[in-house]
Design a protein around this ligand. Structure first.
Ligand SMILES: C[S@@+](CC[C@H](N)C(=O)[O-])C[C@H]1O[C@@H](n2cnc3c(N)ncnc32)[C@H](O)[C@@H]1O
Length: 221
């Protein structure tokens, strides 16, 4: 089931995910880039999904459904909602976990109004913040929206790539710069402090751990 909500001018960070690009995505991002460019082994991301994903889960930025496929849900029919600004990712991720019959909603996480949905126990927001248009202050609304969709005591988790004060090899640095120029990433001003400040503003407690260029975070409402 796909429900649509009006979107704003933040299409570029999502538009790159064509059906063809999505065929290469898992290999390029989670097979190669995490290990050789961002220095954040993909296992660390699997671990954060295993730790936090509940049976009442929202996935913001569906991608290919790569991590959700591996989560051992403990009920036959968890409630899973996929939210994305791109119809292709909704289709591909829905298919990847079709046995759970996820719902898909086409929504810009930077929109002023979120759809009215029963609140979630867990929300994954993995590798999305760095795709949203810079500067950090402009995209803080994404975490505000996520907090609104979360139950009291619920957790949002994921990772985001930082560009400020982040040691990277020259190729990784050049590629991240290029991604920013193309609008695929919007993280040129993103720092651990900026992430910390938006989490502190929207959640009662949070944890951040840096692995290479990635900041892994968990935050509770
Ligand atoms: C780098 S991919 C991450 C996918 C997945 N979470 C993962 O970790 O593999 C970014 C995802 O966020 C989505 N996205 C980008 N901008 C968005 C926005 N403004 N609102 C909702 N989704 C967005 C993209 O379409 C894409 O599915």
């Amino acid at each position: 089931m796909t429900q649509t909500i009006a979107t704003r001018d933040s299409q570029v960070g999502a538009a790159v995910y064509t059906k063809t690009a999505l065929k290469l995505y898992d290999f390029w991002v989670h097979g190669f880039s995490n290990h050789y460019l961002w220095n954040c082994p993909t296992e660390k991301l699997h671990a954060i999904y295993q730790r936090h994903t509940s049976n009442n889960h929202l996935e913001v930025g569906a991608g290919t459904g790569f991590f959700l496929k591996q989560v051992p849900f403990r009920v036959l029919k968890p409630r899973i909602v996929l939210m994305d600004l791109n119809q292709n990712t909704l289709e591909v991720a829905s298919k990847a976990i079709q046995h759970y019959q996820p719902a898909g909603i086409l929504v810009d996480i930077l929109a002023e109004n979120m759809p009215n949905l029963p609140a979630f126990d867990s929300i994954a927001f993995n590798y999305v913040w760095h795709c949203l248009p810079s500067p950090p202050a402009r995209k803080n609304i994404a975490f505000r929206n996520v907090a609104r969709l979360l139950k009291d005591g619920g957790v949002v988790f994921g990772a985001t790539l930082l560009m400020q004060d982040t040691p990277m090899n020259p190729f990784a640095k050049a590629l991240m710069k290029l991604y920013n120029q193309k609008g695929i990433f919007g993280n040129e001003a993103d720092s651990r402090e900026a992430l910390e400040s938006v989490l502190a503003a929207n959640f009662s407690r949070y944890e951040i751990r840096q692995e290479g260029a990635a900041a892994l975070f968990s935050a509770w409402k």
